[in-house]
Design a protein around this ligand. Sequence first.
Ligand SMILES: C[S@@+](CC[C@H](N)C(=O)[O-])C[C@H]1O[C@@H](n2cnc3c(N)ncnc32)[C@H](O)[C@@H]1O
Length: 277
Amino acid sequence: MKFSIKITALLAASFLLALPAAAQQKPYEPQVGQAGKDVIWVPTPDEVVDRMLRMAQVTANDYVVDLGAGDGKIAIAAAKNFGARSMGIEYNADMARHAQGNVEKAGVAGRARIVNGDIFVTDFSQATVVTMYLLPGLNMKLRPTILAMRPGTRVVSHSFTMEDWDADEISSMDGRRAYFWVVPANLQGSWTLESGGEKNELAFEQRFQKIEGTIGLGPQTQGGLRDARLRGYNISFAWVDNKGALRNYSGRVTGMRMEGSWRGDGGAEGRWSATKK
Ligand SMILES: C[S@@+](CC[C@H](N)C(=O)[O-])C[C@H]1O[C@@H](n2cnc3c(N)ncnc32)[C@H](O)[C@@H]1O
């Protein structure tokens, strides 16, 4: 009898001791405007998240990284609505834990995850799509890292530009803008083109995704390239040869080499390749 009174007293005491801890374990409730490291938390509205992921044409083959993940909503939407793998990088540890909880609640823990990290330290070079809702200065600080990513990587920013790197698309929803870019291959400089049994010198001037070029047609003659266009690693251009025929080229850039197919308006066609000098 004495023994059971002791046990009951012990249980009651441990229950009382546990109370303050239980009271402290209220669910974490993030507050809009709360501090992050470089920018406060303000969530992107659902319809803007949806448009951002559609602009990037996200599919199940993509790996989407949201820089500054907040409550995880972009990483979750990428996994849940588009079947992508995703990662959100969030500096605020409480927020990162909360966002990971949201990932689990949304049933996408197999494809999405939130890491507690700093966007200027955590590696996201493997992303095929990068999303962000940061600040103009932070976009500019990230720009060199983004431009060094694999050509063809798609980037979407809610509200903020990347200054003189013009967007490839701007969408607006209820006054909010989303900007879209494709990381361009590096073409700048001189190349040797081989096509139709001939060799010509190609020279490109590049400013982000905008390219202009010339083709050597004789010792003193440089023809201008027409309709030169670069989208990620896809390139197309045209030039008029010494017989007056327009030749259209399209292909793909892989580092120091590019190759594809060409077609002349006289019916000639074939494969082409170029190597960087
Ligand atoms: C404006 S909110 C955007 C949240 C989410 N991406 C969205 O669009 O709903 C920016 C988030 O970035 C986080 N953040 C700020 N500086 C950061 C840094 N250096 N590294 C990682 N996250 C950061 C903030 O804590 C905040 O949650």
